[in-house]
Design a protein around this ligand. Structure first.
Ligand SMILES: Cc1ncc(C[n+]2csc(CCOP(=O)(O)OP(=O)(O)O)c2C)c(N)n1
Ligand code: SF4
Length: 247
């Protein structure tokens, strides 16, 4: 049964969702779902999800959905949009899918100003495969493959995805970073990104700071502390302007 707390565009027969308790994916997909509800675009939307824990959303929405190989949701959704430009096309992925294995697709979709929306969950690790280091792993953060903490001398600093996208995006693009720590704001960013596509303006990219208590091995208090203090001090939340020279 659909409860009032669930977006209307979520399916009721496959609930509760399959994410771990305390996972951020469910929260940010709720923001996306509520944005879809408020814009009344459920029947016109196509949802694509990546490999990674994002794939656990393959049957979350009562919306035409496609699940792709790791990192390939962007080109699949670009293909859908090019074939059916009247549809609202959304690609959903993790930081590994967007910033590592699928980074070439992200860069080229942004540079070509493809009229799709990407929602990317930044949980600072490769969650589905057991918590390996990702492009967004924080300095000194311990993961399965950085057991003594991420060494920035050897591996560089965490990727600033929205800032990179904004630096190459063209006029009409929408770029923002939200967080599960501010769901009202994150929903407004999702809504603006979808409106940008509805208006036919251009590429829309929203990164969302997310939580992975299972691989972080954190209790509820430390999970929120990590998101609200550590991640937010490095990954700045807000809308990001596309530089004038690229307009
Ligand atoms: C082409 C390919 N390479 C590698 C994998 C193995 N793999 C599955 S999920 C995953 C990591 C997912 O991490 P991320 O994209 O950050 O999403 P998360 O699980 O954190 O939400 C990897 C490497 C795969 N499925 N396909
Ligand atoms: S492993 Fe992490 S990202 Fe994946 S469902 Fe569990 S908490 Fe969420």
């Amino acid at each position: 049964m659909v409860t009032p707390a669930m977006p209307k565009c979520w399916r009721d027969e496959t609930k509760p969702h399959k994410f771990c308790p305390g996972c951020g994916h469910g929260l940010l997909l709720k923001c996306l779902g509520e944005a879809i509800d408020e814009l009344e675009i459920q029947g016109d939307t196509v949802f694509g999800c990546d490999i990674g824990c994002s794939l656990l959303s393959w049957d979350l929405f009562n919306i035409d959905s496609v699940q792709t190989h790791h990192g390939r949701t962007t080109p699949v959704i670009v293909g859908v949009k090019r074939a059916r430009p009247e549809l609202i096309c959304i690609a959903y992925m993790g930081d590994g899918g967007g910033y590592a294995i699928g980074s070439q697709h992200l860069v080229n979709a942004a540079a070509r100003n493809e009229k799709i929306m990407i929602l990317l969950a930044n949980n600072t690790n490769y969650a589905m495969t057991g918590g390996q280091m990702a492009p967004t792993t924080m300095p000194d953060q311990k993961t399965e493959t950085s057991p003594y903490g991420r060494d920035t001398d050897l591996t560089g600093y965490p990727m600033q995805g929205p800032e990179m996208v904004a630096a190459i995006a063209r006029e009409g693009s929408y770029v923002a970073r939200g967080s599960i720590a501010n769901l009202r704001q994150l929903k407004s960013y999702c809504k603006k990104a979808l409106q940008n596509q509805i208006q036919g303006n251009g590429f829309s990219f929203v990164e969302a700071l997310s939580a992975c208590p299972t691989n972080w091995r954190t209790n509820a208090r430390d999970t929120w502390k990590f998101v609200e203090e550590k991640m937010t001090s490095y990954f700045k939340v807000g809308e990001i302007k596309v530089p004038e020279q690229f307009k």
